[in-house]
Design a protein around this ligand. Sequence first.
Ligand code: BGC
Length: 767
Amino acid sequence: MREALRGERPHRTLRTVALAGVIAWAGWGAAVAGTAPPAPWPWSNAELPPDRRAQLVLEAMTPQEKRRLVFGYFGAPMPGTTYRPPRAARMGEAGYVPGIPRLGIPAQWISDGGLGVATQRVSTDAVRERTALPSGLATAATWNPSLAERGGAMIGAEARASGFNVLLGPGADLIREARGGRSFEYASEDPLLTGVIAGAEIRGIQSQHVIAVLKHFAFNDQETGRTMYDVRIRRAAARESDLLGFEIALEQGHPGALMCAYNRVRGRYACENRWLLRRVLDRDFGFRGYVMSDWGAVHSTVRSALAGLDQESATIFDHEPYYGAPLQDALRDGRVPETVLDAMVERILRSMFATGVVDHPIDPLARLDLRADRAVATADEQQGIVLLKNTGSVLPWPRTLRRIAVIGGHADRGVLSGGGSSTVFPIGGNAVPGLGPTGWPGPQVYLPSAPLGALMAQAPQARFRYDSGRNLAHAVRVARWANRVIVFATQWATESKDASLHLRHGQDRLIAAIAAANPQTVVVLETGGPVLMPWLDRVDGVLEAWYPGSGGATAIARVLFGAVDPSGHLPVTFPGSRADLPFRTLPGAGLPADRAFVIDYTRDGAAVGYRWYQRHGREPLFPFGYGLSYTRFTYDGLAAHLVDGQLVVQFTVRNAGTRAGAAVAQVYVGPEKGGWEAPRRLAGWRKLALAPGESRTVSVRVDPRLLARIDRHGREWVRAAGAYRLSLGDSSAHLVQSIRIDLPAWEHSVRWPIAVRPGVPAVPQAP
Ligand code: BGC
């Protein structure tokens, strides 16, 4: 449990620390190189399938070597303990598993995370400076899997050039809790959007021969009590919601590894949960990679090993080194059969072969093309920014503006990023140093991509004045001076703490005062997730820029001045008030940190996000799927037919405006007579870049699981025969055309694969 370790370390026994140290120094310095010349081992033959190669290595391994692969180290020193990482670990590394040089098996050098190459900064100021992608929500807001894949490839290449061959990301937990502290690391509240985006990121990362680790399996939806809560949910509802997101990500990305979460699910810790790991993941999803634990998420040896946990990560965080001496004991007396250890090791090796980690040794001296990497981050953000409000088409701003006031959010220096293990320390250093917390999960990091400078570059004729917003009267004077005002509002969110829906530090008051002084005010939000906007009626424009990443300022400025048409759409519902949420008060809030509690999802089951709002007839502030453009699109021609039993939907989108732009055409579906967890589900989408006047007719294949429910016994996806309503629109709440379709009954075992018909895109295509 990381947060405890960062402060006073609770039950860490000296025995554990000493044991870890002894093992660390026991002759593994040899694993440093990672560049062993190819040797004539039978498994060196890259023509053999990964399973066969893994088996051959396994046959050559000693019992001690096998145990070595399932036991992970933390890669940074631990404050308050004598723990030091093995010498062969990289500076500030999240995890390290020694290799077996004798057999040509490299070490696993493990870094966070899904948004870029992070540094564990627990006791040293040394950081590794790398390119940060925009937050996970920003990438999902692009609704563009090819951008997600490019982003994955970029951070995969940076990981490899930094000496890492395992990257801890992406995260695919559904955003069930609007205040979730880690929403910025995740993708969305919808299983299809989440699975497609996370799957694309995985493909990108692994294209660089780096293992992607899909996390946190499952239901790590909030940070409050994340190691203490137990999620209650029916199996079928779990499969139709959060687990479906993971399932799609696994199918589309084939990650080498998956990380089990801190929390309990249906009464059992996720990392020793047979239902989750053996039945759902192995049997139903057919997952072939290995399962690693979150840092401090292991609670047993025998139960975990038998349930399907293959590797204990960063053992120092657990109460015992469960996969060290206790595993050896359990193997000796047969509580864990040798065959179980063999299967664990084989899965790890298989992934190392399948992703190319063995055949393509990392080269820490490889050169990075930082300019190109930054361009990838900028492109992602450009399509991820969501235009929420644009009264009277005040945006885009003309470049001929004379006086522009820029207020707040440290916009003269940089853009914000999220906190905790995913923190990427940016090239050029933290633009606003000294903002707490001083220890983990801090500090707050601003990436040196300054909106003020980027705006000036877009409008070189204009005069700009910046005000920090700290002195209200002064900020108001600056706002009065200007023809146009832009207020940057920031909200830091972090792992280990949930967020507030209210902008902090008087920013709501600041925005209201500025808008009163100058009605030509636009607000740019840099937030980890949704926030309330009590000032919404008083401003002309609002842009959600999320955490914008290393090239974020350029993207924001281009969108404001119209060099880029905004095409982001919300991957998460923005509530109008706390009363709109499934839980008014965060479950577990106010309880002592060591008190276990239950989060009851049985009430709404699979009705997550927009489905929950629709089921209860609540109107959010901004609905899932919503986003404005500077141009106008029309949607029509909705038609559907069955091709080999699979629903294929066709429609036409036209750019009816005078500017080029990109539409996100969304298809929703639900049974005419109800009976699902909610009236409608997202069934597919297409993002289409269209010139003025251009129209395109496209098809979307609907994943049959989105038209079905899981039966009571959890064995089959079942679609009832009958009438369904298919709707087309540009958000979950704005449906412009809908048709009735009649579908025959359909059943399919929950065990993948469902046959995919070639030729019709299963993955939404990007422009
Ligand atoms: C987080 C994981 C992360 C790991 C290693 C944990 O606290 O939950 O997401 O990958 O630390 O830093």
